[in-house]
Design a protein around this ligand. Structure first.
Ligand code: MN3
Length: 211
């Protein structure tokens, strides 16, 4: 059973000018596809063949000898989640329980954005910035390379890819400008709120199932 590269949930040019069609084409059609293809090649004929993606991630995270498989499985999950964190009608402000928790935890949306941009900028090299639910509390975290919240017992609510391939064509070395533009114009707060609802609910496994 091979994994399939999911389509983007919007057109290549739908996020411009904050994320260009060129960036999305390379990022989805080359980078994301590459992870899916390598994942499929790595599981073929092994005990991982037939497992759900999240099971492969959790199992392969345990051993040094499965680090390569983990990287490609986790990057497959991370990118699908990342696409869904953005919308052509993104930006603005969250509402409801998510807005209340952001206010309570960070002191407001602007303070949250400042902290998220700072965390993303402080991640040395390649990785991801996240808003997670950890033991019922909101937290901003970053992970290196392919690493992701589920292997730390956290639920992912929002992510921003801070590998250079995510922003170099549009922002060159200006990672903080990219992350600020992402927060101000692209974040689909309805998706983040839905992730929070699922993560807080009775079926947390479903919250992480994005592709
Ligand atoms: Mn990427």
């Amino acid at each position: 059973m091979a994994f399939r590269l999911p389509d983007l949930p919007y057109a290549y040019d739908a996020l411009a000018p904050h994320m260009s069609a060129d960036t999305l084409k390379f990022h989805h059609d080359k980078h994301h596809k590459g992870y899916v293809d390598k994942l499929n090649a790595a599981i073929e004929g092994t005990r991982f063949d037939g497992m759900e993606l999240e099971e492969i991630i959790r199992e392969s995270a345990k051993g040094q000898d499965t680090q390569g498989l983990f990287n490609n499985a986790a990057q497959t999950w991370n990118h699908t989640f990342f696409w869904h964190c953005m919308s052509p009608k993104g930006g603005g402000a969250p509402d409801g329980e998510l807005a209340r928790l952001i206010d309570e935890t960070f002191g407001g949306l602007d303070a949250f954005k400042d902290e998220f941009v700072k965390a993303a900028g402080g991640r040395f090299g390649s990785g991801w910035a996240w808003l997670v639910l950890d033991g019922g509390a909101l937290k901003i975290t970053t992970t290196p390379n392919a690493e992701l919240p589920m292997i730390h017992g956290q639920e992912a609510l929002l992510t921003c890819d801070v590998w250079e391939h995510a922003y170099y064509l549009d922002y060159q070395n200006r990672r903080p400008d990219f992350v600020r533009g992402f927060l101000d114009n692209l974040v689909d707060w309805a998706f983040v709120a839905k992730s929070l609802e699922l993560a807080s609910g009775a079926e947390p496994e479903k919250a992480r199932r994005v592709g």
